[in-house]
Design a binder for this molecule. Structure first.
Ligand SMILES: Nc1ncnc2c1ncn2[C@@H]1O[C@H](COP(=O)(O)OP(=O)(O)OP(=O)(O)O)[C@@H](O)[C@H]1O
Ligand SMILES: [Mg+2]
Length: 390
């Protein structure tokens, strides 16, 4: 980071005092700017940043106190530390007056040179620390802006790419399927095999692309947040997949769930993905799925911790973050079909709502719980009455 030299302003009407100060401070690593009067000091302050001002109290015309009062009135200069320099015999009264005008320190004449050097050194160091801090903050703000822009661009790209790829891919898939139907068994065995691979590959690619498209739609097709009763939402989700649940003898139970401000469609998608995973990755017993809700009052934030717990095959704990990445799967496609997009989409949706998501499992065969948080945005809570209307 750039380390700019700090300026020190010396305000004194006497050239011999300027010379003496210069002699003392010449190796202090700061730039000395001299003003012969209060008026000149105010002019210097218009154009420059200063670490500290060394102000002689007694000057003809505007004295040190009047100058200090004007410095304190200006927004740009009101925070600059001022050290008054005054003769010992006048000190007591002046010190009192000076402090009411915002002096940070005093040096009484005659003074020990090292004393002045040390005091100025402290203010120069403080100023440089502040400048470094300001620079660092600016850099962080700039970088956050760049990151947000590049994320937006990436998302737009992912959306456009996946959207536009669908059409040519559909053509490839349709025509190879047609080819396969019309020429199956009429060419040689190898040709049949090749056609199978082409159609299978095209179908897979179509599924992957539509997964990517759903992923990018989490942010490109979002709807504004509205009050959502999670009890009603979960019942709707359960109804929509009832056939699948019945096929496997699955049961879904819930705690009393809250009413929150959320994107109803997206949070419904989260519950649906998690419940369907619990059913898909079931063990020997019929799936038992429980949806829990716990209110968390943490310092500075209030949130709900929601959990979807199952009694299925579970995962090894070391894989618990990997499964939230795009296309990441732990199980064989032949045994458990899927593309590895469901949890990545859940994560994006939860993050978009300002929450976090994680999985907990005590290893294979021990079931799994996916926990996610949603901010408690101060809305009225539901006590579990699914018939409540807004
Ligand atoms: N409830 C669960 N129990 C055990 N393993 C799970 C569970 N949920 C997810 N997993 C593991 O995490 C992987 C990623 O899950 P995800 O939902 O993203 O993909 P998927 O279900 O395989 O495919 P898709 O959701 O795209 O149809 C799964 O392939 C599986 O290995
Ligand atoms: Mg899934």
């Amino acid at each position: 980071m750039e380390n700019k030299t700090a300026n020190v302003l010396i305000v004194d009407d006497r050239p011999e005092n300027h010379l003496a100060m210069e002699g003392i401070l010449k190796h202090s690593g700061c730039a000395l700017i001299k003003a012969n009067s209060g008026e000149e000091a105010l002019r210097c302050l218009l154009d420059n940043e200063f670490a500290v001002i060394l102000m002689d109290v007694q000057m003809p015309g505007m004295d040190g106190f009047e100058t200090a009062a004007l410095i304190r009135e200006r927004e740009k200069s009101k925070h600059i530390p001022i050290i008054f320099i005054t003769a010992v015999e006048k000190a007591r009264k002046q010190v009192e007056q000076g402090y009411t005008l915002g002096a940070v320190d005093y040096i009484l004449k005659p003074f020990e040179p090292s004393f002045l050097k040390t005091k100025v050194g402290v203010f120069v160091e403080l100023h440089q620390m502040r400048m470094r801090d300001i620079e660092a903050r600016k850099k962080i703000t700039r970088m956050a802006g760049e990151l947000a822009r590049s994320n937006r661009e990436l998302e737009e790209f992912a959306y456009i790419a996946s959207h536009d790829l669908q059409e040519p891919l559909r053509k490839i898939k349709n025509f190879t399927e047609l080819l396969a139907r019309q020429y199956q068994g009429r060419l040689d065995e190898k040709a049949d095999e090749f056609m199978y691979y082409i159609t299978d590959g095209a179908r897979r690619m179509q599924r992957l692309i539509s997964g990517l498209l759903s992923y990018s739609r989490v942010t490109t097709r979002k709807t504004p947040l509205s009050r959502v009763d999670l009890n009603t939402l979960v019942s709707q989700v359960v109804n929509s997949i009832q056939i699948k649940l019945d096929e496997t003898g699955a049961s879904v139970t819930t705690d009393g769930l809250p009413t929150l401000k959320a994107d109803e469609i997206q949070i419904g998608q989260v519950f649906q993905n998690l419940i369907l995973n619990a059913v898909k990755f079931r063990g020997q017993d019929p799936p038992e799925i429980h949806i829990s809700a716990q209110k968390k009052d943490l310092p500075g934030k209030k949130e709900w911790l929601l959990g979807v717990k199952d009694n299925g095959i579970g995962i090894e704990p070391e894989n618990s973050s990997r499964i939230f990445e795009i296309f990441q799967r732990l199980h064989l496609k032949e045994e458990y079909p899927g593309d590895g997009m469901g949890l990545a989409i859940c994560k994006k949706i939860v993050n978009r709502h300002g929450g976090e998501i994680r999985a907990e499992s005590r290893g294979n065969g021990n079931g799994m719980t996916v926990y996610f948080t949603l901010p408690d945005n101060g809305d009225r809570e539901s006590n579990g009455d699914p018939n409540k209307t807004d």
